[in-house]
Design a protein around this ligand. Structure first.
Ligand SMILES: [Zn+2]
Length: 346
């Protein structure tokens, strides 16, 4: 026991003396004196195994070692603190100066508006749906009632996936040129009545300018039940715009042709820039916001839904354009530029 004690004392002293920081000092101290697992603490527990008459002697030795170690520990700690104080006093470091502000990231304006819309629609009982960004000719065009030779297939300058271009239908893969195909997937797997919104990115291979990007966000909504009317569709649009702009916004619906809706509408909102009087942003006081209308019977059929029994209403918002209108952004390319000067404004 005595030998063990002598050996441990030597180790403690050596190791304490080698420490240079408070952290190292604590580690060495705990290695020996931690109540649970310290080597010295274990030694104390072993005292009960030694002969009765030896106990007072060993007990005293244990105490001496402990006290000596404690004194050494306190002295080294003092030295370290003194040294670091000296180092601080003799350096340019001034602990009284205010700290640097940490830069905190913010949500992208598109994400903000998308989150706002999701909240509003969840409250109205809509499900939030997500679909794959890689889709096929079947879901991008065929099932949405685009005729075989329809020019929109060309207009939408789709990104075809290499190696799949020569195939047809479900084997011809592409990046989705719009979200609407995803709603056919939803219809195929859900029984009406239902209502869902569908936020996501779409991709088109076209020249970019202030109003066009190759990758952009859409926000689609579809209600299917046995009695939705055009008036119901208008309420849906009103709800979205009021949520985004924080006030009622005037809209108008004009006839427009889109293969997947029948009858189809172009939905415009009154320009917020000029209040409807006409300006350089809008021209005549109205801004084109989204196509919409009841799903075409062929789209319902593609989704395994009986068009005689069920009715619906689609809208498909260009989310980027809505965000641009809300924040007065005049170039869509800024949105995906990653430019911090732009992003820090939100
Ligand atoms: Zn205007």
């Amino acid at each position: 026991m005595k030998d063990r004690l002598q050996k441990i004392k030597k180790n403690i002293v050596n190791e304490l003396k080698r420490t240079q920081t408070i952290n190292q000092l604590e580690i060495v101290y705990n290695k020996y004196f931690s109540r649970k697992s310290g080597e010295f603490s274990r030694l104390i527990k072993d005292v009960k195994t030694i002969a009765m008459e030896q106990k007072p002697v060993i007990g005293k030795l244990l105490n001496d070692v402990k006290n000596e170690a404690q004194i050494l520990y306190d002295k080294i700690k003092d030295d370290i603190l003194q040294n670091s104080k000296f180092a601080i006093q003799n350096s340019d470091y001034d602990p009284t100066l205010p700290g640097e502000n940490q830069k905190i990231g913010t949500l992208h304006p598109i994400t903000r508006v998308k989150n706002d819309l999701n909240d509003a629609f969840k409250f109205l009982g809509f499900e939030i749906y997500e679909g794959p960004e890689i889709t096929s000719e079947a879901y991008a065009f065929d099932k949405l009632n685009f005729p075989e030779d329809h020019p929109a297939r060309e207009i939408m300058d789709t990104y075809w996936i290499a190696g799949a271009e020569k195939n047809v239908g479900k084997n011809k893969l592409c990046l989705r040129p719009h979200l609407t195909g995803g709603s056919v997937r939803y219809m195929q797997t859900h029984k009406p009545p239902f209502r869902f919104v569908y936020p996501g990115r779409a991709f088109r291979n076209e020249a970019t300018d202030a109003g066009h990007e190759r990758c952009f966000y859409q926000y689609e909504a579809l209600i299917v039940n046995d009695r939705i009317s055009l008036a119901g569709g208008k309420i849906l649009v009103d709800t979205i715009l009021e949520r985004v702009f924080g006030k009622k916004v005037k809209i108008r619906m004009r006839p427009g042709f889109f293969p997947f809706v029948e009858p189809g509408f172009e939905i415009d909102m009154q320009c917020l820039n000029c209040g409807g009087n006409g300006c350089s942003v809008c021209g005549d006081g109205w801004v084109e916001m989204m196509p919409g209308g009841p799903p075409h019977p062929n789209v319902f059929k593609a989704g395994n839904i009986d068009p005689k029994k069920w009715q619906g209403f689609y809208i498909n918002i260009g989310l980027d354009r809505l965000v641009m209108m809300k924040y007065g952004i005049d170039d869509i390319r800024l949105m995906h530029s990653g430019d911090l000067r732009f992003l820090r404004q939100f």
